[in-house]
Design a protein around this ligand. Sequence first.
Ligand code: PLP
Length: 403
Amino acid sequence: MALRDEFLRFVCQTSSEPMGIEVERAHGCVVVDKSGKTYLDFLSGIGVASLGHTHPAVVSAITQQAQRYLHAMVYGEYIQEPQVGLARRLAEVAPQPLSVTYFTNSGTEAVEGALKTARKYTGRSHFVSFVGSFHGDTFGSLSVGGNPLYRTPFEPLLPSVTFLPFNEIETLTRIDETVAAVIIEPIQGEGGVRIPDQTFLPALRRRCRQVGALLVFDEVITGFGRTGKLFACEHWNVTPDILVLAKALGGGMPLGAFISTPEIMASLSTDPPLAHVTTFGGHPVCCAAGLASLEVILRENLPWQAQAIGNELLGKLQKLIGAGGFVSVRGRGLLIGMDFVTPEATRRFVQSCFANGLILGWTLHRDTVVRLAPPLIISAQEIAQAVEIMQAALHCNGSALNC
Ligand code: PLP
């Protein structure tokens, strides 16, 4: 049986139209399939491969750590150098006073941990989230996910969640003294690359402080330079109480984290002890990869690079507005959203790019938005190549041609 048929038969399917690339190898900004066809990756495995695929520094760290030890003990018992090293480095680069990290295997687990921590620390039960948000697919994260389409089939979920409209300051008064935490993506990813006004997040910060609710920033997609700053919260000079990270954190390995102050994180240590444990969270190989990846991001100033290349790409895309149903574009750094008139135009554009060797995708909650999130190391030549493919796809979209 062909591998493709086995994939469809034996691997649980989550999409009616999987992209279906039979991956032979991936390096830099390129994914190569079994037939030798190369694809330029403008999704980075959905925001993971910020250093590009299989970066040599990350591969070397993985190899060295794998030869020392793999899983040695569950979370929080043994002292493991890669884990401590990454936590120390995160404390140095995270906004102050966030300095204590809990490691998980994924973004959704980190969100779960943040929600539990907020409940325990505040003694309150209520959560506030935002329409259009995405925080993961386990029960707690899904409960604060801002699209009823994805929540309804799995209800009942957490009973006490209020959804406010994103970027509407006047509604923030609905956050009151019953709220344990407000969770928000500083830039909504799956919601269609939505960037709030300059005043919204500072106002949210003030409101949370006023009522004693913790502010949780989900920077799973925006973290580690993607938006032109190491963390997107720096664009607004707003420090959350808990910072949630994953995706690019592991340099291509599965790793998530939530980071907070020593005082807030102490609420996980007692009453009862061992109330929030994990077997694999903070796996030494993943932490070694994460540490190597972070050092490259800092050494090569990739946030700055993302900002510069992102501006250049935005400029090129702006010139294409008007063709093939493409109506507007916005972004921060290398997280860019292209708006189309209809879901059909969006779909045709994505499919045409894909057929011509460019990987992009629409967002989960907005089927008229195409998200671009290439590796931060993308070259000017690769940008030019991608823009050429997009231009041809838009031309194709606007004609009756089947291209
Ligand atoms: N939060 C945000 C903003 C995300 O974009 C995602 C995944 O796309 C998650 C949380 C969940 O992360 P994971 O898929 O690692 O569980």
